[in-house]
Design a protein around this ligand. Structure first.
Ligand code: FNR
Length: 184
């Protein structure tokens, strides 16, 4: 049975490098994973006052997250952390209290940057929230995709064989991680 994996991209930018890497990850995924992008840009800023009558966008987002077998986060780094839109999505999915849609879902994190550090700060800030949300996040291999502008052609496709091999290995490891968490 294919595992249904929800993919969240931290950038809302049309020509986002991060989304291009996310698309490459989807293409490189092994058989047995069915990946779909879940958009986060339409979610209003979380306001706990709305919880008695949440916007339809929150309800739909929570249903989509709850239906996923696993979650993959692919994010740029904003000011050494994750973009606010991604944090907002985490918050929206986590409520109402005691009914978090994220609870127990195996996860993985890929950070992406034009810079050399590969979004390390974003990667680890995200992991801090994942601990609290009880998303068991794959620890190895870690994925810090740095110097991303040098890894993509004009069509947004990967140009570097080593990167392609690494991202394919990452997805194979994630598939195994999902099965290990589901068994535990
Ligand atoms: C950035 N950028 C950035 N890059 C980085 O490596 N570390 C950082 O802390 C930041 N901080 C930051 C803050 C804000 C508000 C913006 C808009 C950008 C640069 C960032 O990596 C670059 O714009 C990427 O292209 C963003 O990813 P996408 O949109 O291409 O996926």
């Amino acid at each position: 049975m294919a595992r249904n994996v929800a993919v969240f991209v931290g950038s809302l930018r049309k020509e986002s490098f991060t989304r291009k890497i996310a698309k490459a990850l989807v293409e490189l995924a092994p058989e047995g994973m069915s990946l779909s992008f879940v958009e986060i840009g339409q979610l209003p800023l979380y306001n706990q006052d709305d919880e008695s009558n949440p916007p339809e966008s929150y309800r739909e987002f929570r249903r989509t997250v709850a239906a996923a077998d696993a979650v993959l986060f692919v994010t740029p780094e904003y000011n050494r952390s994750i973009p606010g839109g991604l944090k907002n999505a985490l918050d929206v999915g986590s409520r109402p209290y005691g009914q978090s849609a994220w609870d127990g879902k195996p996860g993985a994190v890929v950070s992406v940057s034009p810079g050399a550090i590969g979004g390390f700060g974003a990667n680890h800030h995200l992991r801090q929230s994942l601990v609290f949300l009880n998303i068991p996040a794959m620890q190895q291999p870690e994925a810090y995709v740095g110097n991303v502008t040098q890894l993509l052609d004009d069509q947004g496709k990967l140009t570097n064989d080593n990167t392609r091999a690494f991202l394919a290995k990452f997805m194979q490891s994630f598939a195994a991680w999902i099965e290990a968490v589901k068994k535990s």
